[in-house]
Each structure stands twice: as structure tokens, then as C-alpha cells.
Design a binder for this molecule. Structure first.
Ligand code: UDX
Ligand code: ADP
Length: 465
């Protein structure tokens, strides 16, 4: 079957970039991305490409090329579902904040609503593709809803998890390590659906990089890929504490172990802790699924990755407090960075939020500069924790649009995101205008310790105290 029309439900960090690239590489396919959030859709349609709702290097060029040609952003969800032969579900699946599995299981409310809507609207056969990260066996639930509430048309469910990382999404989409497609190859219809999706990717991805599996392998691979990556970060972070206690150098250790080709050099950068919408959520999912199946040892094993990450964030904040003579009450700590990593405006689960929360508990004043995150987003992130009133958060955490203003008069600087531009700041000038002694807590180990110490700073990195 040749696909001519695609609909993607959810115009977020996954749906937006992925569909832009699919449209760019398949000019014969009409791709419509829909979302309930009208503001988000109008931002995607903004003629000023600086106003796209997502900051992702290179995304603006692809949107500019394909939008209006065969890429469309719309609020008309039903119309797009009706017209499409293939529907991607790319909605958010946050960790549940209520009921059974609270704080662990994925909240599938939005996915289920999508399935029900597809079932209601569809008048012809559809291929439905899970794009959101989902627990194993979600496809089965989607199939059930579609088959039991639909209009008697046929639905084929595929799992096609996204492996793009924010900040490098366009490259990850253009030259993916692999594309994974899970489907039911035991039936003719299933085989055809798999082939239809393979053909879409094959227009730019070499066949050897397109992997087909059964649906559950595909779902589980996504969860475990993220669990393995997060585990590497927690492992290196656990060693950073050991380095602090022994004087070993964490970057030297990372380099030495990374040169073993069986281990490899990536994801060994010690940091204040991993963030992002996926790592914690996916591991919690894995833990929850394992527990539900009675596999308590498996659950405990993976849960430790999260506990180490929490520990690393807390340790970083506590180290700031202890170093500043055990009181930050009335002192100003300036943050460089709020996003969970560089080159994105996404702040979900960012370490900065948790470090700020602990420092605000100690009555510090925080001034933040981030090149891409808005003041409103920072307040939303803090308010979501529910630890203080909105007014307190607004009074004690201020956002500055100029880094030099953010750093002026501070008692200490904390680097929370590894934005490249921080390395080229005028550190002599910054030092002159800070309270003395001037401290830098480099939560990403991106600044030059020797240079900063020669200026007069007291430098503390992750793994170096
Ligand atoms: C991740 C996966 O990489 C991606 O394949 C999946 O589809 C979604 O989840 P993402 O969350 O966008 O992508 O970012 P990633 O680059 O994986 O980084 C996650 C977090 O780990 C960031 O906070 C990053 O700063 C941190 N990290 C990463 C480290 O602290 N050290 C490292 O060495 C690598
Ligand atoms: P992700 O990082 O997984 O892409 P986002 O939160 O950035 O997550 O994007 C998910 C998008 O899905 C949001 O813009 C949200 O408004 C949208 N969404 C959720 N449920 C529905 C639905 N039933 N119909 C249309 N859009 C939806």
C-alpha cells in the first residue's frame, strides 16, 4: 500500500520535528500535524520561524522548506484523522500523578483519548503508529479500543519508537542509528502495514538501518534503550562522588574506561544529573511493569538509577550550601542554564528545577539566565513542585535576559546546563562584579578550572571539590 496522507496527533517535541523530516523526505505524502493546543499550532504556523514552539537547531529550515507544500499544522483533529491512511500517536505520556501506579506508571489518558477519537472518526482502514514512549503491551490496549469502539473498519497497530535526542533531533532524524518498527508479521495486513512504514523511512534511511520486530520487542526496546543510557549517567555520577572522596579525576576515569571499545566513550559525562522527559519516566515505567509482574529484584535494580540521580542533584545543592558557610539565606546564587541540556528550550525534569527548589528552601535568592527558556516556564516548573506559594517562587527566583546582569553581585554561580556560550563569557569582568570569595559550582564540568582559578574564583566541579 502506498501512503499518500499522514496525520500526526500531538505537535510536541517528538511529533513536530519527526513529521517535518518525514514531509521533507517524502514530498508526495501530505503530512498534517494536529494538536488540541491552539496556541501551539499557531506558533507552528507563525511566519517568523523564531516563534516556533520548539527550539531545535535546524528545525526552522526544514519547516520553512516543507510547510505549506506537504506539511501542515492544524487544530482540525477529526478532519485530519478522516483524511489520513496512517495516523501517528505522538501525545504526551507523563508519569501518573494520581491513583494506582502514582509516581511510577505512565499516564495513558491522552493515548486512550486519541484511540477513542480515531475509532469514532475513522470511516476507512487505518494504520495507527505508536510514536509516544509507552509501556509494553500498550499497542494491545489501543487495538482493543479501536476494534471495540470503531465503525467496523480495520486498524493495524505499529510501534515505531522515537530515538531522537533533543538538541540533536534533526541530525538524529536525518541519519538515525536505526529505525525500529514493531508490527504483527503473522498476518497479511500486518505485513503490509509494516512495509508501508518501512517504505516511508526508506526514502532516506538505508534498509540495513530499518529494523522490524514484533510489537512488544519494539515497545520494550524503547524503554530499555533509555534505561541503559540513564544507567551510564548514574554510574559515572556515582563515581564522581568517589572521585571527590579520593582525589581521582572523574574526566580521566571516564576517558580511560570509554577507550575500552566494549564500553565506548558516549554518555560518560559526569553531571548534576540527567533530566528530560524520557529517562526518569521510562525507567519508572520499567520498574512499575517489573513490580506488576512480581519481578521485584529487576524493579529494584533499575530503580537504583533514579535514586542515584536524585542523590546527585541533592548532593550538588547541599555542596553549594555547605561551601557558602552553611547558610545561603539572603545570598544570591546565579544559575547559568535552566534547560535539561543544551540546545533545547525543554525543561522537563531538569536538574536546575530541583537544585533551585532546595536552595529556595534555604531562603536563597536565585537569578537565572538561560538562552532559550522563558521566565514564565521557570515559574511553572517551580510551581509544579508545590513546595512554596507562587508568590514566594516569583519573589525569590528571578529570570534575567542578560547573563552579565544575572551574574552581577552574586555570591556564587551554578552552571546547570552545558550551553556552549558560557565558555566564552568575560570571566574576569564577571569576577570583578561578584561578592568575594566568588564561587563557581560547575554542574556540567564545562568551564576551564585553571583559567577560573587564576582569575580568583573558587571552582568546584562535579567530581572535583
Ligand atoms: C533521550 C534519548 O537519548 C533519546 O534516544 C530518546 O528518544 C529520548 O530520551 P533526551 O532526553 O532528549 O534523549 O536527551 P539525552 O541526550 O539522552 O540526555 C538526557 C540527560 O542526560 C540530559 O539531562 C543530559 O544532560 C544528561 N547526560 C547525558 C549527562 O548528564 N551525561 C552524559 O554523558 C549524557
Ligand atoms: P513529546 O515530548 O512526547 O512530544 P509534548 O508534551 O511536547 O510531548 O507534546 C505532546 C502534544 O500532544 C501536546 O502539544 C498536547 O497538546 C498534544 N495532545 C495531547 N493529547 C492530545 C489529543 N487527544 N489530541 C491532540 N493533541 C493532543
Amino acid at each position: 500500500m502506498e501512503i499518500k496522507s499522514i496525520c500526526c496527533i500531538g505537535a510536541g517535541y517528538v511529533g513536530g520535528p519527526t513529521m517535518s523530516v518525514i514531509a521533507q523526505k517524502n514530498q508526495n505524502i501530505k503530512v498534517t500535524v494536529v494538536d488540541l493546543n491552539a496556541q501551539r499550532i499557531s506558533a507552528w504556523n507563525d511566519t517568523d520561524l523564531n516563534n516556533l514552539p520548539i527550539y531545535e537547531p535546524g528545525l526552522d529550515e526544514v519547516v520553512n522548506e516543507a510547510r505549506g507544500r506537504n506539511l501542515f499544522f492544524s487544530n482540525e483533529v477529526d478532519k485530519a484523522i478522516d483524511e489520513a491512511q496512517m495516523i501517528f500517536i505522538s501525545v504526551n505520556t507523563p508519569t501518573k500523578t494520581y491513583g494506582t501506579g502514582k509516581g511510577m506508571a505512565a499516564d495513558l489518558k491522552y493515548v486512550e483519548l486519541c484511540a477513542r477519537q480515531i475509532a469514532k472518526v475513522a470511516k476507512s482502514d487505518k494504520i495507527v503508529v505508536e510514536k509516544s514512549t509507552l509501556p509494553v503491551k500498550t499497542a494491545e490496549a489501543i487495538q482493543n479500543i479501536l476494534d471495540n469502539t470503531g465503525n467496523g473498519v480495520n486498524f493495524e497497530i505499529l510501534s515505531n519508537p522515537e530515538f531522537l535526542a533533543e538538541g540533536t533531533a534533526m541530525r538524529d532524524l536525518a541519519v538515525p542509528d536505526r529505525v525500529l518498527i514493531g508490527g504483527d508479521s503473522s498476518t497479511d495486513k500486518g505485513k503490509k502495514a509494516i512495509q508501508a512504514l518501512v517504505d516511508i523511512y526508506a526514502s532516506w534511511v538505508p534498509h540495513k538501518n530499518i529494523l522490524t520486530t514484533n510489537v512488544w520487542s519494539s515497545e520494550l526496546s524503547k524503554l530499555t534503550a533509555n534505561a541503559f543510557l540513564a544507567q551510564r549517567v548514574s554510574s559515572i555520577n556515582s563515581l564522581s562522588e568517589l572521585c571527590e572522596a579520593t582525589g581521582a579525576d572523574i574526566q580521566e576515569v571516564a576517558k580511560a574506561i570509554g577507550m575500552d571499545s566494549r564500553i565506548g566513550p558516549k554518555f560518560l559525562q559526569a553531571s548534576v544529573g540527567f533530566g528530560g522527559s524520557c529517562f526518569q519516566k521510562d525507567i519508572l515505567n520499567l520498574v512499575y511493569i517489573s513490580k506488576t509482574l512480581g519481578l521485584n529484584d529487576v524493579a529494584d535494580y533499575w530503580h537504583q538509577v533514579i535514586l542515584m540521580n536524585n542523590h546527585q542533584r541533592n548532593r550538588f545543592a547541599k555542596n553549594i550550601i555547605k561551601t557558602l558557610y552553611s547558610t545561603v539565606n539572603g545570598k544570591t546564587i546565579s544559575f547559568l542554564g535552566w534547560a535539561f541540556k543544551k540546545d533545547t528550550n525543554d525543561t522537563r525534569e531538569s536538574a536546575a528545577i530541583y537544585v533551585a527548589d532546595l536552595l529556595l528552601d534555604e531562603k536563597a535568592t536565585i537569578k537565572v539566565f538561560d538562552p532559550k527558556v522563558t521566565a514564565a516556564q521557570m515559574q511553572l516548573d517551580l510551581n509544579y513542585l508545590n513546595t512554596r506559594t507562587k508568590l514566594e517562587n516569583a519573589n525569590y527566583l528571578k529570570t534575567e535576559s542578560d547573563p552579565y546582569v544575572a551574574l552581577n553581585g552574586a555570591h556564587a554561580i551554578a552552571v546547570l546546563t552545558e550551553w556552549n556560550e558560557f565558555q566564552s563569557y568575560d570571566w574576569k569582568y564577571i569576577y570583578k562584579n561578584m561578592q568575594k570569595p566568588a564561587f563557581i559550582f560547575d554542574g556540567r564540568n564545562i568551564l576551564d578550572r585553571e583559567v577560573l582559578e587564576s582569575i580568583g574564583f573558587t571552582y568546584k566541579g562535579i567530581g572535583y571539590l
